[in-house]
Design a binder for this molecule. Structure first.
Ligand SMILES: *Cc1c(COP(=O)(O)O)cnc(C)c1O
Length: 413
């Protein structure tokens, strides 16, 4: 940071404060992670200078001989990780990846069936405030509110009535294994496309901890910064059949020049994901979430679906703490150094800003080295704060425990 501290001390100080914040709090936002120093170097590299509209070997600009090789490496590594015929690594984000798929095979006004946002879907799956809700005709399926599991039968009935052009599976706040083939069967029967959005579990699938949608979906989209640690961005996978449609939907359809500094970050992170250490990491992430969930349940709190198969747990506050909002709990936990987010729960009656739930994930803390014992302790600390939010001696002791966990597992040391 020596250059920026000379030219722009204000920003250098802010970056330094953010580093201090990341080091001294526990990141439990289920969609966050800590990339390696190698990925940081790649993303902060000279590739930010380069224009390369087009694809490797077929660009609209000169001087692309090295970036061609870099993008090709990112593509080849992704193909190997997820066993895909075709990969596009250019989407700037997961939302852009979804947009690329929609644009490749749908027309404005076409019908999309997806999970509703309050039950664990994503803005880019047809929320009215998002382009997807404005351009397409959207209907939703939900989870069964009594079990918290996807109601596949009702999804099928809604699909048969609605006759969607495309069905979206894959979620932002669903703690259980997704049965991709159930969606594929319905899509096939109706002649609809199936897009599996693996955004949250991209790394769990890479590490063999969740079944892969490849072979059970026409399109698979993902984020590269959640459970896989490749820096912020998106990607699209499919069979060779859709390659040219997707390529042109992404560029020139929705984007101009690719963010090559992000693409080289993806390439570095994908190489890391191909190592045996990454498989262990993915496995530990899931183990940690299970233990975390058990500790929270032991404290008398309810989890949506009564547990987890993945990297996240969703706490439903309505039974045990009907007067607490997710937002209150988020604020109270943040004040003791545990950073997570309020989240809607199935059957939510509060606004998406207040909510009745809390989502907590283990990808980032597992990267720091947290093990089962630490997650059990952490679950207990969370329970103490939720059960007694205004007790200053509990706040003090929990803060102390959080600080000692942060010291035990230093970040970017
Ligand atoms: C996170 C997420 C995305 C993409 O989010 P971006 O912030 O645009 O990268 C897409 N779909 C789902 C289900 C997600 O959870």
């Amino acid at each position: 940071m020596s250059h920026i501290s000379t030219t722009d001390p204000t920003l250098a100080n802010l970056l330094d404060s953010e580093l201090h914040r990341q080091r001294n709090t526990i990141a439990m936002i289920a969609s966050e992670n800590h990339v390696s120093q190698a990925v940081l170097e790649a993303q902060g590299s000279i590739l930010t200078n380069k224009y390369a509209e087009g694809y490797p070997g077929n660009r609209y600009y000169g001087g692309c001989e090295f970036v061609d090789q870099i993008e090709q490496l990112a593509i080849d590594r992704a193909k190997k990780i997820w066993d895909a015929e075709y990969v596009n690594v250019q989407p700037h984000s997961g939302t852009q990846a979804n947009m690329g798929v929609y644009l490749s095979v749908l027309n404005p006004g076409d019908k999309i069936l997806s999970m509703s946002l309050t039950h664990g879907g994503h803005l880019s799956h047809g929320h009215p405030a998002n382009f997807s809700g404005k351009l397409y005709d959207i209907q939703h399926y939900e989870v069964d509110p009594s079990t918290g599991y996807i109601d596949y039968e009702s999804m099928e009935q809604i699909a048969k009535r609605f006759k969607p052009n495309l069905i979206v599976s894959g979620f932002s706040a669903y703690p259980r294994i997704v049965e991709w083939d159930r969606f594929q069967e319905v899509a096939q029967e109706l002649g609809a496309y199936h897009m599996a959005d693996m955004a949250h579990i991209t790394g769990l699938i890479a590490g063999g901890q969740h079944p892969s949608p490849i072979g059970h979906a026409d399109f698979v989209t993902g984020s590269t910064h959640k459970t896989i640690r490749s820096g912020r961005g998106g990607l699209i996978l499919s069979s060779e059949e859709y390659a040219s449609k997707i390529d042109s939907a992404v560029m020139p359809g929705i984007q101009g020049g690719p963010l090559l500094n992000n693409i080289v970050g993806k390439a570095v992170g994908f190489a890391e994901a191909l190592t045996p250490e990454f498989t262990k990491y993915a496995e530990q992430t899931v183990k940690n979430a299970k233990i975390l969930g058990e500790a929270i349940q032991a404290g008398g709190l309810k989890l949506v679906s009564d547990g987890t198969d993945t990297h996240l747990v969703l706490i439903d506050l309505r039974n045990s703490h009907p007067d607490s909002t997710g937002k209150d709990v988020q604020t109270n936990l943040e004040s003791v150094g545990i950073v997570l987010n309020a989240n809607t729960v199935p059957g939510e009656t509060r606004s998406p800003f207040l909510t009745s739930g809390i989502r907590a994930g283990t990808p980032a803390l597992t990267t720091r080295g947290f093990m089962e014992d630490d997650c059990s302790l952490l679950g207990d600390l969370i329970v103490q704060i939720i059960n007694d939010p205004h007790n200053s001696s509990i706040q003090k002791s929990v803060s102390k425990e959080v600080q000692s966990l942060c010291k035990k597992y230093p970040l970017y040391s």
